[in-house]
Design a protein around this ligand. Structure first.
Ligand code: GLY
Length: 306
């Protein structure tokens, strides 16, 4: 029936990312994540399997602010949020303020598939994880030397050293036009204990609808949540805009209205790609056929054959 070219598109977080060396590492990481998700599709996996795989890879890589390497709250702890959504029937799952879970995105998917809820929080989410075969890590396992140092700097100067880097996410479309989106974050450095982010909010951090498209966002959480950025992009596409115009247009509107920054990745139901960010940089990559496309700076779009 359909002749859509499958695509897996990922982002590694919008932010200042002032170090070129770090930007290069992030680009390597997102390229790997996009390719891993794409391989899942190629080997017969679902779009949910693909976005989960891409996000898990970034959660396991301490360079990203999700899973291992998540920024620390003001009490020095990792508390993470994640959400996942399937475009076919709008089913969605999310977790918030979860500690010591290696892959929060896997837990969000379990909430979607094995509970009657959309969002589980904190200790309840941990109990649910245990019940469904996810054993929490030893307390503090996701804290790294870099995040400890960054929090110390933040406490000294109230300057966010790592919050210059956001959330991770992935969107995917298969040859049948099925869509999924997934997003995962450690949140913002120096946040209060118990703070939930836009990333766990369906419509702000994540959205997927097979009739329109799929979106994952990153950036200033309070701003993204107030603007419902992911769903705003969906609405703009429903109104006839293409993926790129809707993504860039909504981010520009949000940034003008609320004076804060964000980024997003989007796939339309026709497989068109949209990438936009009002931050200095955002690492992103996608695989389509035998090409991997990627970038990190404004107006950068490189690609290579693999
Ligand atoms: N967008 C992630 C956060 O603000 O926590």
């Amino acid at each position: 029936m359909s002749s859509i070219e499958p695509v897996v598109l990922v982002h590694g977080g919008a932010g200042t990312i002032s170090s070129d060396a770090k930007a290069a590492q992030l680009v390597q990481g997102v390229k790997k994540a996009a390719q891993a998700g794409y391989q899942i599709l190629k080997s017969g996996g679902s779009v949910l399997d693909a976005v989960q795989k891409s996000v898990e890879l970034m959660e396991n890589d301490a360079i990203f602010n999700a899973g291992l390497g998540s920024v620390l709250n003001v009490e020095g702890e990792v508390e993470m949020d994640a959400s996942i959504m399937l475009g076919a029937d709008l089913s969605a799952g999310a977790v918030t303020v979860v500690k010591d879970i290696k892959n929060p995105i896997a837990l969000a998917r379990l909430v979607m598939e094995k509970s009657d809820h959309v969002l589980l929080a904190s200790e309840g989410a941990k109990k649910f994880a245990l019940k469904h075969g996810i054993t929490p890590l030893a307390p503090g396992s996701l804290v790294t030397e870099a995040t400890r140092e960054a929090l110390a700097k933040w406490k000294a100067k109230q300057v966010a050293a790592l919050a210059e880097l956001g959330t991770v996410g992935a969107v995917a479309i298969d040859s049948q036009g099925r869509l999924a989106a997934a997003t995962s974050t450690g949140g913002r450095e120096g946040k209060l204990a118990g703070r939930s982010s836009d990333t766990c909010m369906i419509g702000s951090g994540t959205y997927a609808d097979d009739g329109v498209g799929a979106v994952s966002t990153t950036g200033h959480g309070k701003t993204i949540a107030k603007f419902c950025l992911a769903h705003s992009i969906i609405k703009a596409m429903e109104g006839g805009q293409g993926a790129e115009a809707a993504t860039k247009g909504c981010i520009e509107k949000m940034t003008k209205k609320l004076n804060n920054t964000a980024g997003a990745i989007t796939l339309s139901c026709r497989g068109e790609v949209g990438v936009g960010f009002s931050t200095n940089r955002m690492s992103w990559a996608y695989q389509k056929g035998d090409e991997v496309h990627f970038g990190v700076d404004q107006n950068q779009h490189d690609f290579e054959k693999i």
